[in-house]
Design a protein around this ligand. Structure first.
Ligand code: SIN
Length: 475
C-alpha cells in the first residue's frame, strides 16, 4: 500500500486531508491512498512555483539540462519499480508499462538537449539606425492536468520541455493513477531540483482546475484529456487570456488500401487498436478496408487477434489488461451492443467480463458496420475494431474526415504517390503511413479541429512554453 502525498515547495504534504483510495483495476484491490487536495493546496503549489521561477529561469540551459538528465537517469534506473506501480494502478501489461517508462524518459533527454537550442533571431531593420532582435523567454509558471491512460508519458511530455525552457511546474495527475506521478516527483527530489521548481497536487479536479485557470501567477495551462473537459478549461482560461495547450479526444480512421502489405497493416491495426486495451486517444477507431482485400485482411487480423490474452497485466503473457473503470467498460459494452442491434457481425470477441470491481473486455472485431452506429461516431476507448469497406480513395477520405475530431489517422499502402495524396488530404495532426504507433519525443503530437490546440514533442513542444519578445533598438 502506497501512502501518496503532495509535493509543494520541496515538502511532502497533505497528511491532514481526507484521502482518496487508489484501486488496482485488474483486481479492485486498494493499492494506495492520496490526499484529497483542492483550491488551497493548488494555490500554495502555484505560489511556490511563482517564487522559484526567477532563479530557475536565470540558470543556463546547460544547468537545467543537467538536472533533467539526472532525473532521466534515475527514472531509467528505477524503471522496473515505476512500471510495476503503473501497472498496479492503471492496468496495462507490465511490458507495456516498461515501454511507457522508457517513452516518458525519452522526452526528458530530448528536451534537455533541445533547451540548449532555444534560439532567438536578428531581423534586418527598416532604417539604418535601428536593430531588431527576437528573443525567446520562458512563459512562467506552468500548470498541467494529465490523464490516467499514460500516467508517466503525459507528465514528462509536458514537464520536460517546460523545465528545459526555464518554466516552473505544478502537476495534477489523474485521481485514478497518481502513484506513478508521485514516484516520478520523488525522483525529481532525488535529482536535486531546487525547491518550488516542481510541485505536485492532487484531489478535487474541479477545484484544482478552477484555481489553475484563475490564479494570475499561472501563465500556461497544458492539458491532456477529453474534449468536453478541454472545452471547459478553455472557457475558464478565456477570462484572463491564459495561454493553453490542449491535447484532446480522437476518432482515428485507419485506411487499408488494396496495395497495402497486409502483414504490416495487420500489425499496425493490432498495435494501434489493442495497445492499452484501446484506451488511447490516438487509437484506430474506424477501420476502412478496400473491398478487394477485405477477406484476406480479416482472416489475418482474426488469426493474430485470437492470440491476444486478456488478464491482469502483472501476469506473464497478458497482452490486454482491464479497462480502467466501470464507466469505461459500460461505454465499450454499449458501443458493441448498439452495433450488434443495428446489424453488425461479431467476427471475434464481443464479450466483457466483470470480476468484482474489475472490468475486462475481449479484443473485438466487428463487420457489417453502418454509419449510424455509435462506434462510427464516438471514441470507444476500448479494444473494439469496427471494419467497413470502401471502393475509392475519394470516398474513404470523405469518410475519414467526416468527424469533429482530427488527432491521428493511419493508412497502409505501398504506393508512394497514392500515399502522398492521402496524407495531404487527411485533416489530422498526426498521420501514420504504414505505422500504427508514430509518437516519439522529437515529433509534434497534437490535433486539428476539436482534438485540441498546440503540439507536444518536437520543436513545437518547446515553443509551447516560450514567449516571443520583439526588441527594437534605436542606435
Ligand atoms: C494518447 O493517446 O493519449 C497518447 C498516446 C501516445 O503518446 O502515444
Amino acid at each position: 500500500m502506497i501512502k501518496g502525498r503532495m509535493y509543494v515547495n520541496g515538502e511532502w504534504t497533505g497528511d491532514s486531508l481526507d484521502t482518496i483510495d487508489v484501486l488496482n483495476p485488474a483486481t479492485g484491490e486498494q493499492v494506495g491512498t492520496i490526499p484529497n487536495g483542492g483550491k488551497e493546496e493548488a494555490r500554495a503549489a502555484i505560489e511556490a512555483a511563482h517564487q522559484a521561477f526567477p532563479e530557475w529561469a536565470a540558470l543556463t540551459a546547460l544547468e537545467r539540462a543537467n538536472y533533467l538528465m539526472k532525473w532521466h537517469d534515475l527514472i531509467l534506473e528505477n524503471k522496473d519499480e515505476i512500471a510495476e506501480i503503473l501497472t498496479k494502478e492503471m492496468g496495462k501489461p507490465l511490458a507495456e508499462a516498461k515501454g511507457e517508462i522508457v517513452y516518458s524518459a525519452s522526452f526528458i533527454s530530448w528536451f534537455a538537449e533541445e533547451g540548449k537550442r532555444v534560439y532567438g533571431r536578428t531581423v534586418p531593420a527598416s532604417s539604418p539606425n535601428k536593430r531588431i532582435h527576437v528573443q525567446k523567454q520562458p512563459v512562467g509558471v506552468v500548470a498541467s492536468i494529465t490523464p490516467w491512460n499514460f500516467p508517466a508519458g503525459m507528465i514528462t511530455r509536458k514537464m520536460a520541455p517546460a523545465l528545459a525552457a526555464g518554466c516552473t511546474f505544478v502537476a495534477k495527475p489523474a485521481e485514478l493513477t497518481p502513484l506513478t506521478a508521485i514516484k516520478l516527483v520523488e525522483l525529481c527530489e532525488e535529482a536535486g531540483f531546487p525547491k518550488g521548481v516542481v510541485n505536485l497536487v492532487m484531489g478535487d479536479a474541479k477545484a484544482i482546475g478552477e484555481e489553475m485557470t484563475s490564479n494570475e501567477n499561472v501563465r500556461k495551462l497544458t492539458f491532456t484529456g477529453s474534449t468536453a473537459v478541454g472545452k471547459l478549461l478553455m472557457k475558464q482560461s478565456a477570462e484572463r487570456m491564459l495561454n493553453v495547450s490542449l491535447e484532446l479526444g480522437g476518432h482515428a480512421p485507419m485506411i487499408i488500401c488494396d496495395d497495402a502489405d497486409l502483414d504490416k497493416a495487420v500489425d499496425g491495426v493490432i498495435a494501434s487498436k489493442f495497445r492499452n486495451a484501446g484506451q488511447t486517444c490516438v487509437c484506430g477507431n474506424r477501420i476502412f478496408v478496400q473491398e478487394a482485400i477485405v477477406d484476406a485482411f480479416l482472416a489475418k487480423l482474426k488469426e493474430k487477434t485470437q492470440t491476444l490474452k486478456v488478464g491482469n497485466g502483472l501476469e506473464e503473457g497478458v497482452h490486454i489488461g482491464p479497462l480502467i473503470e466501470k464507466k469505461g467498460y459500460d461505454k465499450v459494452k454499449k458501443h458493441v451492443e448498439d452495433a450488434v442491434e443495428k446489424g453488425a457481425k461479431v467476427i471475434i470477441g464481443g464479450e466483457g467480463a466483470e470480476e468484482g470491481n474489475a472490468y475486462f473486455y475481449q479484443p473485438t472485431i466487428l463487420t457489417n458496420i453502418s454509419d449510424d452506429m455509435l462506434v462510427m461516431n464516438e471514441e470507444t476507448f476500448g479494444p473494439v475494431a469496427p471494419i467497413q469497406t470502401f471502393k475509392t480513395d475519394e470516398e474513404v477520405i470523405a469518410k475519414a474526415n467526416n468527424t469533429r475530431y482530427g488527432l491521428a489517422a493511419y493508412f497502409f499502402t505501398e504506393n508512394y504517390s497514392r500515399g502522398m495524396k492521402l496524407s495531404e488530404k487527411l485533416e489530422y495532426g498526426i498521420v501514420g503511413w504504414n505505422d500504427g504507433v508514430p509518437a516519439v519525443a522529437q515529433a509534434p503530437f497534437g490535433g486539428m479541429k476539436e482534438s485540441g490546440l498546440g503540439r507536444e514533442g518536437g520543436q513545437e513542444g518547446m515553443e509551447a512554453f516560450l514567449e516571443t519578445k520583439f526588441l527594437s533598438i534605436g542606435l
